[in-house]
Design a protein around this ligand. Structure first.
Ligand code: FAD
Ligand code: FES
Length: 524
């Protein structure tokens, strides 16, 4: 089973192994250093290696150990943000380029799977967008007209999605979407990268990332990489303090996997239109007569670190699913993950704003990170190789989309409100109230302490101040993590950083005993 700092396990983590690599402890050089071995980093490494460049990939966990192991892996040009909205924000040409790039990404994945003979269950299938019962169906007509203007002319309106058990009413059918097993795909990419001479190091945390004439990446174990270019593909950039993090917002999203008889729900991708929306696909487990399907249903998103009710959200997903699919036998999987929502609907892929020219980032995936990560591989390779790419402007991380200002203001006001946690009381009054295996923030004088009582009852105290920009973290009892409500940094129960933008662990809080001890020893 794959290692994870969070408690929940996705279906992928329980059905695939990704090879472990060695940890970097020496000084090495490469043409390109890529920090982050998720889909964005691994795809970029693959394309750069194919250009004949020497490539080094660093990851502080295993390959795919970030959000790529928690995805649901719909491969789509039916984007999370409606095309009529993208048109308003980025113009008709911008929406057309978005459609073109996501279509190209699905094609690229298909070509890689074929060329590298990757057994990752890749398949083409239809996708259906439908509207909840009492909502206006007008949105479908508006979207249909916009997708046609964006060049996706084979999308059509149908009477209902192909479910026997529930009539959704009219829907849009998006042909030639895709799905795969994300970890089996990354295992295949890892092999292809290494076959072309690429080097991959895991359990290797990049502590400092500097661009310039030669980029320099320092790692926790003392290893150093000098490179012509560096790509920071850490899902949310750990080398950017502010520029990007005011333009995207972190959301926690939830998924259940329900066991159903094989073939009882038509194999396709499905999405509805509310915000947050539901996303659905089918994964077959096992072979022959023992095979069965898992209906994967996601949704119930909320801003990271601002709610702690994961089990309620799973229950809501289960109710929604059972109502529409009475053939559900039991819920076999439950997991959660984080997505970065850009304020203007498109990812940020390109040169890191306010940085040296050889530092690149890929972030702001929204729920389309499989294709955005693949677009990153294609686009960043062109930028590093000095080639023109018509998608450069729409994904430029320095862009300011004036029409997205209301969304920008809304998300940043929400962040500003989180700073009031610095002065309000903690979650509980005393450490004694915290049960084994759980955590809470307490106030001690002017300080906020993140207290975790491990299952054996031992208390671990950390400063609750996030190492990014100083918000107070909150306990996530589903995943046993400390989550920052401002820009989505996450730490494990012991304070180890597992998700940026923070790139350092929470500080250990000195207990009364250790304070007394260190005061005593400094006198001595
Ligand atoms: C529940 C869920 C469902 C989703 N469904 C879909 C879907 O159906 N379709 C779709 O397209 N997208 C979906 N997404 C989004 C998609 O999964 C993500 O956007 C995508 O996996 C992000 O890939 P990444 O390579 O950018 O980041 P990650 O996969 O998170 O990889 C980043 C890597 O960087 C490493 N790292 C971080 N900091 C450092 C450091 N300092 N040093 C070294 N390494 C570091 C991490 O360990 C991690 O492995 C979903 C996401 C979630 C959570
Ligand atoms: S993530 Fe920005 S302050 Fe915590």
């Amino acid at each position: 089973m794959k290692k994870s700092y969070e408690q929940s396990r996705s279906v992928w983590m329980q059905t695939a192994e990704v090879p472990l690599e060695s940890t970097l402890s020496e000084k090495i050089s490469a043409d390109v250093c890529i920090v982050g071995a998720g889909i964005a980093g691994m795809t970029t490494a693959y394309f750069m290696a194919r250009e004949g460049k020497s490539v080094v990939v660093l990851d502080d966990g295993p390959i795919g150990g970030g959000m790529t192991q928690r995805t649901t892996a719909h491969l789509v040009n039916a984007l999370d943000d409606r095309y009529f909205k993208l048109e308003r924000l980025h113009g008709e040409e911008g929406a057309r380029l978005a459609a073109e790039s996501h279509t190209a990404a699905i094609n690229a994945i298909e070509a890689i799977v074929e060329q590298e003979a990757i057994k990752c269950e890749f398949e083409r299938l239809d996708g259906y967008l439908f509207v909840p019962p009492r909502d206006s169906k007008h949105v479908l007509d508006e979207e249909l007209a916009a997708v046609h203007r964006a060049g996706l002319i084979d999308i059509e309106k149908v009477e209902r999605v192909p479910w026997d058990s529930y009539d959704t009413g009219p829907a849009l059918r998006f042909p030639r979407q895709g799905q795969f097993h994300p970890l089996k795909y990354l295992a295949g990419l890892a092999k292809a990268i290494k076959d072309q001479g690429g080097r991959i190091y895991t359990e290797t945390h990049a502590t400092e990332i500097e661009g310039g004439k030669q980029a320099r990446i320092e790692t926790k174990g003392g290893g150093v990489v000098n490179a012509e270019s560096v790509v920071v593909a850490t899902n949310t950039p750990v080398n950017d303090l502010i520029a990007i993090h005011t333009k995207q917002a972190p959301y926690q999203t939830y998924v259940i996997g329900a066991r159903i008889p094989k073939g009882s729900v038509t194999r396709a991708l499905y999405w509805d239109t509310p915000d947050p929306y539901h996303y659905i696909r089918i994964e077959t487990i096992g072979r022959g007569a023992a095979a069965y399907d898992v209906l994967i249903v996601g949704g119930e998103d909320h801003k990271t670190g601002q709610q702690d009710d994961g089990n309620k959200r799973f229950a809501a997903l289960e109710r929604w699913t059972r109502h529409r699919f009475p053939m559900v036998e039991n819920i076999e999987y439950r997991w959660s993950g984080e997505v970065m929502e850009p304020v203007d609907g498109l990812a940020f892929i390109g040169r890191n704003p306010l940085d040296a020219k050889n530092v690149f980032i890929a972030t702001g995936d929204s729920g389309n990170g499989m294709t955005h990560g693949t677009i990153a591989g294609i686009l960043l390779t062109d930028l590093i190789m000095g080639r023109k790419n018509s998608w450069e402007a729409i994904y430029d991380p320095s862009r300011i989309t004036l029409r997205a200002l209301p969304e920008f203001a809304k998300e940043n006001l929400n962040v500003a409100i989180q700073y009031t946690d610095l002065v309000v009381a903690g979650d509980v009054e005393s450490v004694e109230e915290i049960k084994p295996g759980s955590g809470a923030v307490i106030s001690r004088g002017l300080s906020k302490i993140a207290v975790y009582r491990d299952p054996a009852g031992v208390v671990h105290e950390l400063s609750a101040v996030c190492k990014h920009l100083g918000c107070i973290v909150n306990w996530n009892s589903l995943e046993n993590t400390w989550d920052c409500p401002c820009h989505g940094s996450r730490y494990d129960a012991m304070g180890k950083v597992i998700q940026g933008p923070a790139n350092r662990d929470l500080e250990k809080e000195q207990t009364a005993d250790t304070k007394q001890h260190s005061a005593g020893s400094s006198k001595g």
